[in-house]
Design a protein around this ligand. Structure first.
Ligand SMILES: Nc1ncnc2c1ncn2[C@@H]1O[C@H](COP(=O)(O)OP(=O)(O)OP(=O)(O)O)[C@@H](O)[C@H]1O
Length: 448
């Protein structure tokens, strides 16, 4: 376990990062100001310091200089906003180990921490050949945020487990949760990553032309077949075929699909020759396919063929801890697409984001941020550029509902107490419990 000093004045962000680092077996001390960080460095020894470039009473470079005069072997990693990269580069010349610009992927953080700790160890040992990745290089899939919530961890453990196998995977989840992104991640982590990834929206194919779409056709085989057409199976040969909204396939198309999967051969319409195909099949649905099986709308044999492994993609409400990471990621994308340089969100906006239920999940979050980025003329996104339904959303009820869930209880109490400025009457009201119950819980969790 290594000791990390995390200096960051954005309380919710630093809390999130602390929890993430602690989950990866690091011991984290938090500091919110330059002066406090200097004091902590003077009295304790750390293996690594993670500091925001901008602090309320100074900057990360001042802290870097202070640390270097005390113990030059302590690596300092600076966290920067979008517009501060040039300052961060300057800081590296002054002895910072690395910088990491927000928004960043959790994997990126882990990689930087690993590199920094290794360098610290190497400084103590005689020099050997370093096998670590170059500074700042992330091992994450580009354009992919893994998230740090418990639900995301399960999701990514499952992706990592199943990706290298040849199993068919049924990916289920509400609309906009990222099912296609999960399918792509499985493909990119498999041995087929350099072969095609063909995504097909089954909901968009009329059933009359589905077999031609899947298996191809020969020129002249039916009216309108003016050229030979390669079907999706052949196009995906040796790679991955991803069938989205698979529940929308007609019964007849289900039979054809099952046959192709069992025989591993397809015959284009109008052709006498069968083509052998080797594909990895991934499918997605936002409906309850098992229910469709029970109701006789989806073939049970096909269901089992598709469902060799099942992945449930959590909705955004189940990934509360990831919300800010995703928001930052979508902001960075919107900045690039719209040629803007917006740094972040006002704290009011972040609160609204956290209070909203996001029925359209990640897609809705991405759209809201893109629109807000377009409408924003300053450096920060304010509430005025959000769609009215977001600000009008009533306060979430989930907090009271989940109060009884043991595992979340303690975190929830801490969060609500913070929100209520430690006012126990207000906190009890927010939690919808009596003051007495709250006091008992505080005692139970040693929170007094
Ligand atoms: N892990 C992720 N990292 C970054 N962006 C993501 C991630 N997951 C999803 N997104 C983004 O969220 C949006 C919705 O993702 P996607 O299209 O994969 O959802 P879906 O569940 O397949 O949607 P639908 O049910 O409508 O087909 C896309 O803009 C996608 O780029």
């Amino acid at each position: 376990m290594s000791a990390i000093l995390l200096v960051e004045d954005d309380v919710s962000f630093s809390e999130m990062l602390r929890r993430f680092l602690e989950r990866h077996q690091h011991s984290v001390t938090l500091s919110y100001t330059l002066e406090d960080a200097k004091t902590k460095v003077n009295i304790s020894s750390f293996d690594l310091v993670f500091a925001d470039l901008r602090l309320p009473d100074g900057d990360g470079i001042a802290l870097l200089n202070h640390i270097k005069t005390k113990d030059a072997s302590v690596p300092v990693v600076l966290m920067t906003g979008y517009a501060e990269v040039s300052t961060a580069v300057k800081a590296m010349k002054e002895g910072a180990f690395d910088y990491i610009s927000k928004p960043f992927n959790p994997e990126e953080v882990l990689q930087v921490v690993k590199n920094a700790l290794k360098e610290k160890q190497d400084l103590k040992k005689p020099k050997e050949d370093s096998t670590t990745a170059p500074k700042g290089q992330s091992t994450a899939t580009p354009g992919f945020v893994s998230g740090i919530s418990a639900a995301s961890k399960v999701l990514h453990d499952h992706i990592n487990l199943v990706a290298p196998t040849s199993m068919s995977v049924l990916i289920s989840g509400e609309s906009g949760t990222g099912k296609e992104v999960v399918a792509k991640a499985i493909h990119l982590k498999s041995s087929r990553k350099n072969r095609p990834f063909i995504a097909v929206d089954c909901g968009a194919i009329p059933k009359e032309i589905a077999s031609s779409e899947f298996f191809g056709h020969k020129k002249g085989s039916f009216t309108g077949a003016i050229n030979d057409k390669i079907g999706h199976f052949e196009a995906a040969n040796h790679g991955t075929l991803f069938l989205d909204e698979v529940g929308n396939l007609s019964y007849e198309n289900q039979i054809q699909l099952l046959r192709a999967l069992q025989e591993r051969k397809v015959k284009p319409i109008g052709s006498n020759d069968e083509i052998e195909v080797d594909i990895r099949l991934l499918t997605a649905t936002n409906e309850d396919l098992l229910k469709a099986v029970e109701q006789g709308d989806f073939r049970e044999d096909l269901y089992h063929r598709l469902n060799e492994f099942f992945i449930k993609v959590p909705n955004l409400q189940e990934r509360q801890d990831d919300l800010i990471l995703y928001a930052d990621f979508f902001l960075e994308n919107a900045n690039q697409q719209l040629n803007k340089a917006i740094i972040g969100f006002s704290s009011e906006v972040l609160k609204i984001f956290q209070n909203y239920t996001w029925p359209g999940n990640l897609r809705e979050l991405s759209n809201v941020i893109k629109r807000a980025t377009l409408l924003t003329t300053g450096e920060v996104i304010h509430k005025e550029v959000l769609p009215p339904e977001l600000s009008a959303a009533p306060a979430k009820e989930t907090e009271t509902a989940s109060f009884s869930a043991k595992s979340n209880e303690k975190d929830l109490i801490i969060k609500v107490l913070e929100e209520a400025n430690n006012n126990k009457t207000k906190a009890a009201k927010l939690l919808n419990v009596s003051r007495k119950t709250l006091y008992n819980k505080l005692k139970e969790y040693n929170l007094e």
